[in-house]
Design a protein around this ligand. Structure first.
Ligand code: NAP
Length: 300
C-alpha cells in the first residue's frame, strides 16, 4: 500500500489515467495538475492548478511518458492551460522526492540535476521496454496493413536492430508468415537472429539487403536509412520507422524518391493506451512502494 504518500501527477494522456487509478487504489494521495477537463473523478485524487499545489509535501512527481518539451512544457490532453515544470518547482519538493518520467531530454536532465532530485526514466528499464514492445508490435502491424496493398504473409520484411522492440517485431511478423530478415551489428545479435530461425545480415551489407523489400521496419535510433541505402530500395517499399524522434531515416530523400516512409512514435499510447498505462502503473506502484519502504527503514 502507498498510504501516506503524496504524489503530484503532472499532465499526460489516457495512459496516465491507469496510473492514477492504480495509485489511488493503493491509497496514495494524488494531486492532479492539468486534468481540469477530465470528467472522471478518482477517490483520493484532487484536481489542482499548478500554482496552488504545495510541493513541499510531495514524495514523488509523476510526469507523462515524454517528460517535458525542451522548454519545460508538459503535454496535457485534459487541459487547455500550459503546465511548465521548472527548477524552482522542483526546489520546493523535499530532497527525497523522486521525479518519474518515461523518457528525458536535456531540459529535464538539467533541472533535475540543478535541483539535485533523482530522475527515474521508466522506459530505460528492460521490463518496461519489453512489456511496451507488445503494443508497439501491434501498432506496427496496424501500420503495415493500412499502408500496403499486400498481405504481411509472404511479404519480404527487414527489421533493423535486435533490441527490445526489434526482437518482438521480427518474431511477430515471422509468425504472421512474412519472410523476415534482421539487420544488426553485433555478432551475438546475428547469432540470436539465426537461433530465432530468421535470416541475419550485418549492417555493412544493408545497401544490398534492401533491394528486394516490401517493408523495412527500423528500430535503430540513429541515421541508418540514409539516402544511399534508400536509393537501393524498390520504390514500392514501405518504411516504418519506430525509432524515437527524429528516427533513423532520411525522410526528405525518401519523399523525393517517392518511397513512403512513416515515423511512428508512441504506438502503445495510440493502439492500446489502457494496456500501456497498466504497464507503467504496475512498475511505478512497485517503485513507489520500495521508496516508501526505504524511507521507513531510514527513519527507524
Ligand atoms: P534497444 O533495446 O536499445 O535497441 C536498439 C537497437 O538499435 C539495438 O539493436 C542496437 O544495437 C541498435 N543500435 C543502436 N544504435 C545503433 C547504431 N548507431 N548503429 C547500429 N545499431 C544501433 O531499444 P528498443 O527498446 O528496442 O527501442 C528502439 C527504439 O524504438 C528506441 O528509439 C525507442 O525509443 C523506440 N520505441 C518506439 C516505440 C514506438 O511506438 N514507435 C515504442 C517503443 C520504443 P547495439 O546493441 O549493437 O547497440
Amino acid at each position: 500500500m502507498l498510504t501516506d504518500m503524496h504524489i503530484a501527477v503532472l499532465g499526460g494522456d489516457a495512459r496516465q489515467l491507469e496510473i492514477i487509478r492504480k495509485l489511488t487504489e493503493l491509497d496514495a494521495k494524488l494531486y492532479l495538475i492539468g486534468f481540469e477537463q477530465l470528467a472522471q473523478s478518482f477517490t483520493g485524487a484532487v484536481k489542482e492548478k499548478l500554482e496552488d499545489v504545495d510541493f513541499s509535501i510531495m514524495d514523488a512527481v509523476i510526469l507523462p511518458v515524454p517528460g517535458t518539451s525542451l522548454e519545460g512544457e508538459i503535454e496535457t490532453i485534459f487541459s487547455s492551460e500550459k503546465v511548465i515544470l521548472t527548477e524552482q518547482i522542483l526546489n520546493k519538493t523535499p530532497s527525497y522526492c523522486k521525479i518519474y518520467s518515461g523518457i528525458s531530454n536535456s531540459y529535464l536532465d538539467h533541472i533535475t540535476n540543478l535541483s539535485k532530485r533523482t530522475l527515474v526514466q521508466l522506459f530505460e528499464r528492460d521490463d518496461v521496454a519489453i512489456y511496451n514492445s507488445i503494443p508497439t508490435v501491434e501498432g506496427t502491424i496496424m501500420m503495415a496493413i493500412q499502408n500496403t496493398d499486400i498481405t504481411i504473409h509472404n511479404s519480404s520484411i527487414a527489421v533493423l536492430g535486435l533490441g527490445r522492440v526489434g526482437m518482438s517485431v521480427a518474431r511477430t511478423f515471422a509468425l504472421l508468415g512474412a519472410k523476415v530478415k534482421v539487420g544488426a551489428r553485433k555478432s551475438a545479435h546475428l547469432a540470436r537472429i539465426t537461433e530465432m530461425g530468421l535470416v541475419p545480415f550485418h549492417f555493412n551489407d544493408l545497401k544490398n539487403e534492401v533491394s528486394d523489400l516490401d517493408i523495412c521496419i527500423n528500430t535503430v535510433p540513429h541515421m541508418i536509412l540514409n539516402a544511399g541505402i534508400i536509393a537501393n530500395m524498390p520504390t514500392n517499399t514501405l518504411i516504418i520507422d519506430l525509432a524515437s524522434k527524429p528516427g533513423g531515416t532520411d525522410f526528405r530523400y525518401a519523399e523525393k524518391r517517392g518511397i513512403k516512409a512513416l515515423l511512428a512514435p508512441g504506438l502503445p499510447g495510440i493502439v492500446a493506451p489502457k494496456t500501456a498505462g497498466q504497464i507503467l502503473a504496475n512498475v511505478l506502484s512497485q517503485l513507489l512502494a520500495d521508496d516508501l519502504e526505504k524511507r521507513k527503514e531510514i527513519s527507524k
